[in-house]
Design a protein around this ligand. Sequence first.
Ligand code: DOR
Length: 443
Amino acid sequence: MSKTFDLILKGGTCATPAGLIETDVAVKKGRISALGDLRTATAPDIVDAAGLHVLPGVIDSQVHFREPGLEHKEDLGTGTAGAVMGGVTAVFDMPNTNPSTTTAQSLAAKCRAAKNRAWCDIAFYVGAADENIEDLPHLESLPGTAGVKIFMGSSTGSLLVEDDATLAQVLASGRRRCAVHCEDEPRLRERRALVEGGAPVSAHAEWRDTETAVRATRRLLELARGVRRRVHVLHVTTAEEMALLPDYKDIATVEVTPQHLTLAAPDAYERLGSRAQMNPPIRNEHHRDALWRAIEQGGVDCIGSDHAPHTLDEKARPYPDSPSGMPGVQTLVPILLTHVAQGRLSLHRFVDLTSAGPARIFGIAGKGRIALGFDADFTVVDLKAERTITDRWIVSRCGWTPFDGFQATGWPVSTIIGGRMVMTDGELIGEPQGKAVRFWESL
Ligand code: DOR
């Protein structure tokens, strides 16, 4: 008798833990249920994946979806729609909303708001603040959270942990890996005069210079080692930090963004103006090359988009009043696949950085590989497809991308989450039914 499944992906090249294998994959009850030659098996949904690559669902560990409070830029519906349009199956949303996510109530409100509105699976970071230090162990244990996020330098919103004493207290309060934005606030304040009163946007990388990033990262790593806390250094941008981080591999994991790997000063500021403005800044080729070297040498653990939408009206304010951040969740996959096509990144490393990596770092339960029993999350891609990224394609409420006009080679064809096809050929399918990402430490 032939076996029956809910969905079969036929004939794709699958990125499995054993390597790239041309094989069928079957799904039952949202999980991967069989791998191999399934010619005689049946299912109500059979997807022909011949000529395509079936990758583990891409997890974007850093997005700002702006809800509640800043829905004119983005909300959980538009942000997650952009995610699945771009082949992303799960996201971790940042706490710098209004109000900030610093309490059990605000976390629960986000989880409720995501129900039947999120197109992909989702978890929320809790922000560390002076008022919630003692609550952090409880907050990080709640279902629906990816853990604690610390801003060491001010960025969008009011979350900030500025001095060493407070930072040490935060790090000592809790045990899950804690994600950190490393820019040194005292130095940012000292140097703010550099950009006051009509500086060009290219001065952003001067104001928030290399030393601003390195100083914060060094402080974090020392304190984290002192209190034996695992940390995750978000959007690393400098050669100096990449030189420092291998000495802390016992406690620190490293994230970079597609935009820091792809854009560089001065060209990005000349072409894009304040659309290239983000924190930490886009830097020059010397630093960009160091990020690539760190990718090649294994120093980078995952890639997150730092999707941080602002409206074009807001971006049009004269620098430095223009807000920092750029959208990226929808463009992460095609940008990185283009680096694969150009030989800068292997497909194996792409998978490591976008699914296996985040799963390992954050202890995600049941995601990150194509293996029996894992969630049936797939990013199905055409490595040969040549397409142009345009503002028109972007479904984020902000309606633009710094990669407008980018010629991509490699494109997400379908997004499958928990065995449900939610995007194919650029169309959303069905209803938003994203679930909370589950973690080993809060099951
Ligand atoms: O450029 C940035 N924008 N960096 C951040 O850390 C925050 C983000 C935002 O929320 O706009």
